[in-house]
Design a protein around this ligand. Structure first.
Ligand code: LRY
Length: 240
């Protein structure tokens, strides 16, 4: 099947569940991907051979595939090895996402992985955590750069929200499309990322991990209730 690159700017929905999530498994992730397509997403990002294969069959959107896998003694877990790239391509992904941070021997290994994907006729999305890594990834010939790993390497800013500064710092500096990804929880943040210079926005947890969305509501409500109860106690004490 011909590969589908990303075309029009817009929202990519990351449909990924961890093994401990109630929605773990391809049947649930396919439903998430179909819901994202129905809602107007322009691409799907997903993890693992079975999910990639099932989602690619079910939706007509470009699919960005990755394999998350922990290897003892290594910090690289997004598509670490050539065997992962092969599995992603066999599963039918249009674009392969891989870690291109400045860690371990990633630039040596990364070049071979990029070449392999290109020879197979597919494209590469580099997951990076800093502007230097984004520029290095572009020099290495990737097709898209994504801010996925900002906040997940020890030397990138650790923050609650998306790394809009990283996006702003790359404005006008890349010739390949820039993807804003990581901790985007609202439509306003997605628009801010696009206004700041991103071409695409990936949203995962806020759409496809309902237990974490629920927890966010629960925590905010608990904060509110504890504050109002403290206020009520203060008023009571004053009155007494
Ligand atoms: C850091 C890492 O491993 N990110 C992974 C990359 O594929 C996924 O776990 C994220 O869900 C994805 O990047 C979307 O981000 P968010 O879920 O924050 O919208």
């Amino acid at each position: 099947m011909a590969i589908q690159p990303l075309t029009t700017q817009g929202l990519i929905v990351s449909c990924q569940a961890a093994p401990e999530d109630p929605l773990y498994g391809p049947e649930f992730m396919v439903r998430m991907a179909l819901a994202a397509e129905q809602g107007g997403a322009i691409g799907i990002r997903c993890n693992g051979r079975d999910d990639i294969e099932a989602i690619k069959r079910a939706v007509s959107l470009p699919v960005i595939g990755l394999i998350k896998r922990e290897i003892a003694g290594s910090d690289i877990y997004i598509t670490p090895e050539l065997e992962d790239v092969r599995a992603i391509l066999e599963a039918g992904a249009d674009i392969v996402a891989l870690d291109l941070t400045n860690r371990e021997d990633r630039y040596t290994k990364g070049k071979a992985l990029i070449d392999y994907v290109h020879k197979a006729g597919s494209r590469v999305m580099a997951d990076i955590s800093t502007a230097e890594e984004a520029l290095q990834a572009e020099r290495m010939g990737v097709d898209y750069v994504s801010t996925t790993l900002s906040g997940y390497t020890p030397y990138s800013p650790q923050q609650e929200g998306p790394d809009l500064e990283l996006i702003a710092s790359l404005r006008g500096k890349l010739s390949v499309p820039l993807v804003a990804e990581g901790r985007i929880w609202s439509a306003e943040e997605a628009v801010a990322a696009l206004a700041g210079g991103a071409d695409y926005v990936v949203v995962g947890t806020a759409i496809t991990r309902p237990q974490l969305v629920t927890q966010r509501f629960v925590n905010k409500i608990a904060d509110f209730l504890s504050q109002t109860q403290t206020q009520a106690r203060l008023i009571e004490n004053k009155g007494g």
